[in-house]
Design a protein around this ligand. Sequence first.
Ligand code: CO
Length: 326
Amino acid sequence: MADLAHVLRHLPRTADQRLLAGAAFGDDAAIYQLNAEIALIQSVDFFAPIVDDPYSYGQIAAANALSDIYAMGGQPLVALNIVAFPLKSLPSSILQEILKGGSDKVQEAGASIIGGHTIEDDEPKYGLAVTGTVSPDRFVPSAGAKAGDRLILTKPIGTGVIATAGKERTAPPGDIDEAIRWMSALNRDAATAMLAAGAHAATDVTGFGLLGHLSELARASGLAAEIDVSAVPLLPGALELARAGHIPGGTQTNLDALRGKLKVAGDIGSEWLSLLADPQTSGGLLVTLPDGAVPAFEASITGQMLAAVVGKLEAREGRAGHVQIS
Ligand code: CO
């Protein structure tokens, strides 16, 4: 199978000194310095429907696209719709609902949709290209973690398992509703708390799962990670659905990508490993903070976001990006 990460590593690199962060650094969004005070921050994301309800799908796709801006401490300003839709076979009212969901979410973020582009396609796809601003000396990179940092996760995991069970019509409706509520939630409040607490590094948890994004953050920071399974927050129903075998296809791909980097305690069940590698849609922020700053983060986190301390980062010679799970 083609390895996407391998292809992306061979993208041409820019030598422009004004590029402060981006794909070449392993970051969620690209940061381009305009002057001493201000930098542009940009990201794009779109995907096929993950839930049945078109309005919720639009909300989730927008929250997910905005998340890469928040993960680096940026403020979204404007966004462009990216749309693929089978206009000949599905009623246009569905597309209207998707776009309404996206627009409402962008508005909630204090930003505006200022245009976009639609193409005809067999399967709907929706997302945003987002542009915002960030302070050139206050953004939060993925490579900034320090040995001894605590790892904080702001949303429960399990959206992949629940969406998979949802497609198989076996997820309890209440579990799907709760997953939608979390996937639709903006990471804005978590970003505000992370800036207030002086986070060293952050990323958002999406397609590579908690383990994949954690490993990448640790590797970029030259550190190894430890994760405490009992502290990892799960969506209601996720553990039961994982035990029942509703594992998305991407989970094994995520685990394969981490081969040789995981050390798993003997009492950790395979369902837990599946959940830790579960591909997330619009997941929470994974934030690293010095131990002493955790209370400040907890104090400034508001709304429905969590401040779950799930592990820590350590210096381990020759083991950058390795994750120990206990
Ligand atoms: Co991201």
